[in-house]
Design a protein around this ligand. Structure first.
Ligand code: PEP
Ligand code: MN
Length: 294
């Protein structure tokens, strides 16, 4: 087993074979997860787009329409929102889940949405094609174990201060319960830099892919929190070998109920999607010519 770092983190270091299911040592090749006909982890870039939160039927339908026109098949929006401030918009809850079911039916899009706790999990997994576990819940072990007995793929965000090893151990909680379909998502970590919401850790993408067979998605939106930095960081994530990108977009970012400052406008979103596919495709050329493995 290859060890990511010299660990000084208590029980993370206790068992050197501790992420046996998350490690690529015990599998043949990379994991490809099919979500509604879209492969995550294969040669084609997977794009997940949508607003931060479900706000209304009009809002989710408008976004679903233009992301579909951009050639994107996976729609993400939160019905249950984990917010730092208890007075901020907390999501529409079950009503939001029902709106996501309508989006799925109307646009034939795969749905990615978050379960924030054990109570919300069953309702979320009924409609979601991928259940998200957010950064703040990366070490909510009861929630991770619940995700481990779900039939749905799980998108596991990296915790705000988590090391690569802690992230893989969180994935291990899900995998060891029997759910083999885990997608890792880098969404930035807290550092001393204060020009952006978080620091987008681009190097963790190839680093985690060297250790694990699990697909890796880059979320530049939550990583930087400023829309002017989202496109460059999304493209950097793709260039670093991300299997996909998760990007927030909204028709009217200035009136969004959450994360409007990082939401791309429709035309910006479709521009990003085009560029991201071009970069991903050029990497495949590099693969073929040089035998490099992204
Ligand atoms: C989100 O995905 O909208 C979100 C709150 O993300 P994170 O858990 O990365 O902060
Ligand atoms: Mn958000």
């Amino acid at each position: 087993m290859r060890v990511a770092t010299v660990s000084n983190q208590g029980d993370a270091a206790d068992d050197r074979n501790s992420y046996r299911f998350a490690s690529s040592d015990n599998t043949l090749g990379r994991l490809v997860i099919d979500v509604c006909g879209i492969s995550i982890g294969g040669p084609t870039l997977a794009v997940i787009g949508g607003p931060c939160g479900v706000e209304s039927k009009e809002q989710v339908f408008a976004v679903a329409r233009y992301i579909t026109e951009s050639g994107v098949g996976l729609f993400r929006a939160g019905a249950f929102k984990p917010r730092t401030n208890p007075y901020s918009f907390q999501g529409l809850g079950q009503e939001g889940i029902e709106l996501l079911a309508l989006v799925k039916r109307e646009f034939n899009l795969g749905i990615v949405t978050e379960a924030t706790d054990l109570e919300s999990f069953p309702g979320v997994e009924k409609v979601a094609d991928v259940v998200q576990i957010g950064a703040r819940n990366m070490q909510n072990f009861a929630l991770l174990r619940r995700a481990g007995i779900s039939e749905k793929p799980i998108l596991l965000k990296r915790g705000q201060g988590a090391t690569l090893e802690e992230w893989l151990l969180a994935a291990e909680y899900i995998l060891s319960e029997g759910n083999a379909r885990v997608i890792l998502c880098e969404r930035g970590i807290r550092t001393w830099s204060n020009h952006a919401r978080n620091t987008f850790d681009v190097s963790v993408i190839p680093a985690v892919k060297a250790l694990s067979h699990l697909p890796v998605i880059a979320d530049p939106s939550h990583a930087v929190g400023r829309k002017d930095l989202v496109i460059p960081c999304a493209l950097a994530g793709v260039a670093a070998g991300a299997d996909g990108i998760l990007v927030e977009t909204h028709c009217q970012p200035s009136s969004a109920l959450s994360d409007g400052q990082q939401a791309l406008l429709p035309n910006e979103f479709s521009m990003l999607v085009n560029q991201a596919f071009k970069i991903k495709n050029s990497l495949q050329l590099v693969d073929t010519n040089n035998g490099l493995c992204f």
